[in-house]
Design a protein around this ligand. Structure first.
Ligand code: NDP
Length: 302
């Protein structure tokens, strides 16, 4: 294998250690303990795992962590009313509603019901707008922020490089494009965004210095689609059948890892790449929300 592995777990652990130290300082100096509420509606197995990971990580950091599991039959009205209560609760600084939600609940109404000051997922239009215009006092969405942070801490500067993102969802592709195109350290890339209507996808991906796969298709990015020496970030999390694995399934990314690792200069693994970074950035956002609630700037001075 030629490519260097970009170890998201190691970098995420570094960030979590910083967040834990920041949380201890906030509590000892200002008497505020960061608090997060994570809401799961229904019993989607993957969501259960994500929510459990978030709760475990928050607890390990010394945060107040509240997991609220609601039945799939929960009405939109009941969920919005719960969000209203959490918006008012002083001990809770960050609120996250795990997606996907049952079909009868409008995700957009849910996003709008969360106080932007507690929107640690960074999905509220106010925070999305701040990201786009380059204001750093809002909340960045955790997965795109995790990608940018992983690159920065791995010594890869996107400035002036051609970044090609495959996927244009509101939670990954679009905000990542907005982040990488900012006139700012860790960004300044020239960005191309591809999607399901893109003609000749490979012609675009082959021109990428930085290729980010966020299309939700197992191993769709093959070695022929990658420019030799490119840095490849795999956001995808797909469950594929594997009779040899526990539970008969295993996780793979959107990139054909083994083959692409022969061509790329650096690559993120799945699992152990972007996934752990996403949780680390969620915890950092929760600390930032708690600092703001204490009347402090969201970020500590370096
Ligand atoms: P969505 O399904 O919302 O979006 C997928 C995007 O990929 C769409 O823009 C779609 O295009 C595009 N696309 C789909 N198929 C193709 C194709 N064949 N060629 C080109 N573009 C294509 O997915 P998400 O953004 O929510 O997630 C993407 C992946 O990232 C998933 O595997 C998901 O599990 C994973 N993920 C991982 C996270 C982490 O923490 N690591 C967090 C969030 C997601 P169009 O817009 O035209 O439909």
């Amino acid at each position: 294998m030629a490519a260097r592995i970009l170890d998201g777990r190691r970098v995420a652990d570094q960030i979590l250690a910083e967040v834990a130290a920041g949380a201890r300082r906030l509590e000892s100096e200002h008497g505020v303990r960061p608090g997060i509420a994570v809401i799961l509606v229904g019993d989607d197995p993957a969501s259960q795992v994500y929510v459990a990971n978030k709760e475990r990580t928050a607890t390990a950091l010394g945060f107040l962590s509240r997991k609220l599991v609601l039945p799939a039959s929960t009405t939109q009205e009941a969920l919005l009313s719960l969000l209203g209560e959490l918006n008012r609760e002083r001990a809770i600084h960050g609120i996250l509603v795990q997606s996907p939600l049952p079909r009868h609940i409008d995700e957009r109404a849910v996003v709008l019901a969360i106080d932007p000051a507690k929107d640690v997922d960074g999905f509220h239009p106010l925070n999305v707008g701040k990201l786009l215009i380059g204001e750093r006092d809002g909340f960045l969405p955790c997965t795109p922020w995790g990608v940018v942070e992983l690159l920065a801490r791995s010594g890869f500067d996107p400035a002036g490089r051609h970044a090609v993102i495959v996927g244009r969802s509101n939670i990954v592709g679009k905000p990542l494009a907005a982040l990488l195109m900012q006139k700012a350290p860790g960004a300044d890339a020239t960005v191309t965004v591809c999607h399901s209507r893109t003609h000749d996808l490979a012609a675009h991906t082959q021109r990428a210095d930085l290729l980010i796969a966020a299309l939700g298709r197992p191993r769709a990015i093959t070695a022929e689609m990658v420019k030799p020496g490119a840095v490849v970030v795999d956001v995808g999390i797909n469950r594929v059948p594997d009779p040899a694995a526990k539970g008969g399934q295993r996780l793979v990314g959107d990139v054909d890892f083994a083959a692409v690792a022969e061509v790329a200069s650096a690559i993120t693994p799945v699992p152990g790449g972007v996934g752990p970074m996403t949780i680390a950035m969620l915890m950092r956002n929760t600390l930032r929300a708690a600092r703001r609630a204490a009347g402090l700037p969201a970020d500590e001075a370096p």
